[in-house]
Design a protein around this ligand. Structure first.
Ligand code: NAD
Ligand code: AHE
Ligand code: ZN
Length: 367
């Protein structure tokens, strides 16, 4: 069944107090990510309804459950769908190789809190409502795990740094952490939404020598150039496959390529546009249920590497506050991503409609 904006209901809910290890927050601002739409439209195999979507927010702690020590009432936080438990026996948190702390991942995927229950119910009849990605920030109040709460500088503008709760952090981290772009590298970015543009921003800051920006919507080329793209390419303007065009332009392909579309054919193009011998291609986009990627194994035999990233590899509670500080120092401008602003939670449906127009990078709804 296909779902869509018509299936969104603005409704009164009850948000239960936080249990042990949980935090109830007042959401101040929420940016919409393409993944909210992907789940709303029924493409997410983990999508469970009814649920409260939303996972890119700035919030203030309203109350804390038993045993919570890392945040207190009044703290400013960015809820993060990738938690960081920081426990000494968590081999994922202890490792420098990953940010994928699994502590609450199973229940998060089932749309419930770690004790297996939900904190949301319809005010009218008590129907339980699922959580989403451990955040559920399309609500004025939400309950999240303490280990999902990145405490940030209280002077930061929550209507801006909410962007660091998902898409922008992901694009930046894909470059800085997952692939480690070096000075002088060549880069190809497929898909120039906010995630792809953040890849360009980070690649430019890392000193990439040439940055190819690829999108089927030419309106995205101006923002891409403003952030550092050196070459823009619309696959529709070429009769040859885009990877062939890119290899033709560069002789052996690009050092680093990124899929920021979620389209599995584009993921293949990005891999095949990577440099013979060492090119690395990073899957960032989220593909719909049932989709699979493919390429000739020869592409890997001849030295290309296919990797992926979740939340840009950032350890959320440790590194999101550092990104906020980088933004506040002036070295990481973010305002260029906010193309649409709305006031009032009822405007979420307007923001979703706007996202379908193709000209939204990030729409921020302030509650
Ligand atoms: P978006 O919809 O704003 O941007 C996608 C862009 O891709 C658009 O500009 C669109 O024109 C372009 N595009 C579509 N088809 C194309 C094609 N065939 N060739 C070239 N360009 C094409 O989305 P976004 O918010 O920037 O997110 C991008 C992707 O990243 C989504 O799939 C999202 O779900 C995913 N995502 C993943 C993570 C992660 O941690 N891995 C985090 C955030 C978002
Ligand atoms: N639930 C889907 C997968 C969705 C997915 O891959 N999500 C990305 C984040 S998208 C953010 O906008 C991710 O990082 N996933 C890692 C994780 O632990 O969820 C499915 O296929 O089941
Ligand atoms: Zn997201």
């Amino acid at each position: 069944m296909a779902w869509g904006v018509d299936d969104i209901r603005l409704t009164k809910i009850k948000v239960a107090p936080p249990k042990a290890g949980e935090v109830r927050v007042k959401v101040v601002a929420n940016a919409l990510c393409h993944t909210d739409l992907y789940t709303l439209e029924g493409s997410d195999p983990e999508g469970l309804f009814p649920c409260i979507l939303g996972h890119e927010a700035g919030a203030i702690v309203e109350s804390v459950g038993e045993g919570v020590t890392s945040v207190k009432v009044g703290d400013h936080v960015v809820p993060c769908y990738t938690p960081e438990c920081k426990q000494p026996d968590c081999i994922f948190c202890a490792s420098k190789k990953t940010n994928l702390c699994p502590t609450i991942r199973a229940t998060q995927g089932q749309g419930v809190m770690p004790d297996g229950t939900t904190r949301f119910a319809a005010a009218a009849d008590g129907t339980p409502i699922h959580h989403f990605m451990g955040c559920s920030t399309f609500a004025e109040y939400t309950v999240v795990s303490e280990i999902s709460c990145a405490k940030v500088n209280p002077m930061a503008d929550l209507e801006t740094v909410c962007l660091l709760g998902c898409g922008i952090a992901t694009g930046l981290g894909a470059v800085r952490k997952t692939t480690g772009v070096e000075q002088g590298s060549t880069v190809g970015v497929f898909g120039l939404g906010a995630v792809g543009l953040a890849v360009i921003q980070a690649a430019k800051l890392a000193g990439a020598s040439r940055i190819f920006a690829i999108d089927t919507n030419p309106d995205k080329f101006e923002p891409a150039k403003a952030l550092g793209a050196t070459d823009c390419l619309n696959p529709k303007d070429h009769s040859d496959p885009v990877q062939q065009v890119l290899v033709g332009e560069t002789k052996w392909g690009l050092d680093y390529t990124y899929d920021c579309t979620g389209n599995t054919e584009v993921m293949r193009s990005a891999l095949e546009a990577a440099h013979r011998g060492w090119g690395m291609s990073c899957v960032i986009g989220v593909a719909a249920a049932g989709k699979e990627i493919s390429t000739r194994p020869f592409q890997l035999v001849t030295g290309r590497r296919w990797v992926g990233t979740a939340f840009g590899g950032y350890k959320s509670r440790t590194e999101v506050p550092m990104l906020v500080d980088e933004h506040m120092s002036g070295e990481l401008p973010l305002k260029q991503y906010i193309t649409h602003r709305y006031s009032g939670i009822q405007e979420i449906t307007t923001a979703i409609d706007a996202m379908h127009s193709g000209d939204v990078l990030r729409a921020v709804v302030s509650y």
